[in-house]
Design a protein around this ligand. Structure first.
Ligand code: HAM
Length: 426
């Protein structure tokens, strides 16, 4: 049995689980950069950070994301813990934030704009850009039933991707699902239409016909897709207020100069949406083209047992954004000083110098082990700006020889003015 199918052999247990990965060096730097870019932008939009647990009672997700959604029906990591509680690793962030809103009694603080980032878990078939442990940065704006909140939310997403250097490499796809009344009307029309074609529906869509016919439009099965062209359109079932709402969202985006493309087939994979839904997609990543997605969810908090509280938000796929950010966007940090001990006293001197320089925010590495030649090579390999050779004689005289590794230029600097000299050299 290969690692792909899962294996109990001890060798495979030393690999990361399928769909999970170690983020090393520049990959981890990219992840942090993306998360911190969003966090730094958050105050511009009035968003405050929130961190909810990675695991919740299973009900938090089952009651909210919808039993027919793929996420709940087949993708959650759910287990019974040692105390007998049924626990689920969060597959997304919105339900946890909504749970926190209720259990922390935040209804007095509306409107609330919250931003989070962290790992999510879905038991999906791994492929490029799709992982079982993946990372999201997400935002939720609670308490505003106003098209301007949708526009603001999309504008944050847009500016976030611009700040990551994505420029024109994505498209904003937009749709509306309408309010409850419009959806109920549409649902009836869909049930009527698909019921006439039951024999051509995939088994999954047949199941959805009873529970959530809208999700049939999300199906990838060819037999289902062939029926879409003749299916009733949601746009034709929108009531007046839903139409006006969506027109205002579009006018708002136009006023902000955010280009978007209407996509009537955009229904989203989670059950909690109403009115505006959107996806920022790219063709640059193959099949997994959704970089960021979200929408409005006015009924979610009430459905979970809280006070009726409208919401709108999005989640971005950080793993996918990592693939997209241009070379050179993340500033490289260069090591300032490599400290090289020439003898035992010198090693002690290096330790102390490093300690003092770091207090002044000058980066140092004490190169340990090997002769001076080997240590110089290491200093070069590390890309340090300067190398300092420190021995008993230099320490006694209080004069250190500082070598600029790029130019080869060497200067004698007094210990007391070393930090100032290094700073002056940039
Ligand atoms: P979602 O569309 O399920 O929405 O996920 C949002 C984004 O997470 C996707 O567009 C994609 O970039 C990324 N993503 C999803 N699954 C994976 C995966 N297996 N591997 C890598 N990246 C993935 C939500 O999660 C909603 N909570 C968004 C939201 C917030 N709606 C309102 N507020």
């Amino acid at each position: 049995m290969g690692a792909d199918q899962g294996s109990s052999s001890s060798q495979h247990k030393l690999q990361p689980l399928r769909g999970t990965r170690d983020l090393l060096f520049e990959n981890k730097v990219k992840l942090d950069f993306i998360q911190s870019t969003a966090m730094k932008m958050a105050p511009l939009f009035g968003y405050e950070p929130i961190e909810t647990p990675v695991m919740e009672f299973d009900d938090v997700f089952h009651r909210t994301l919808g039993d027919t959604s793929d996420i709940v029906s087949k993708e959650t990591y759910t287990f019974v813990d040692r105390g007998g509680d049924k626990v689920t690793l969060r597959p997304e962030g919105t339900a946890g934030v909504a749970r926190a809103f209720i259990s922390e009694g935040l209804a007095q603080n509306l409107p609330l704009r919250l931003i989070y980032s962290g790992p999510m878990f879905r038991y999906e078939r791994p492929q490029k850009g799709r992982y079982r442990q993946f990372y999201q940065v997400g935002v939720e704006c609670l308490g505003l039933e106003n098209y301007a909140a949708d526009v603001e939310c999309i504008s944050f997403a847009y500016q976030f991707l611009q700040a990551l250097g994505l420029k024109d490499s994505f498209v904003v796809e937009l749709n509306t699902l309408g309010d409850v009344e419009s959806r109920t009307n549409y649902r009836q029309a869909l049930v009527q239409y698909f019921s006439q074609h039951k024999e051509r529906l995939s088994p999954e869509s047949l199941h959805r016909l009873e529970k959530n016919p809208l999700r049939i439009l999300d199906s990838k099965a060819e037999s289902d897709k062939a029926l879409f062209a003749g299916a009733p359109s949601l746009q034709d079932h929108l009531n007046e207020s839903s139409r006006t709402y969506f027109a205002n969202v579009q006018a708002g985006l136009e006023a902000l100069g955010i280009p978007f493309k209407l996509n009537e087939r955009l229904v989203r994979g989670l059950d909690y949406y109403c009115h505006t839904v959107f996806e920022f997609t790219t063709t640059a990543l193959g099949a997994q083209g959704a970089l960021l997605a979200g929408g409005r969810y006015d009924g979610l908090i009430e459905l979970m047992g809280g006070p009726r509280t409208p919401g709108v938000g999005w989640g971005s796929g950080v793993d996918r954004l990592m693939e997209m950010i241009p070379e050179g966007l993340i500033p490289k940090t260069q090591l300032t000083v490599a400290l090289i001990g020439a003898d035992d006293k010198g090693e002690m001197g290096c330790m102390k110098l490093a300690h003092d320089l770091r207090k002044q925010s000058i980066s140092c590495q004490h190169i340990m082990g090997g002769n001076i030649g080997k240590k110089m090579k290491k200093a070069d390999k590390l890309g340090a700006k300067f190398a300092l050779i420190v021995g008993e004689r230099e320490l006694n005289e209080g004069q250190l020889s500082v070598k600029n590794l790029a130019t080869g230029h060497q200067e004698s600097i007094s210990t007391s003015s070393l930090a100032a000299y290094l700073v002056s050299q940039g």
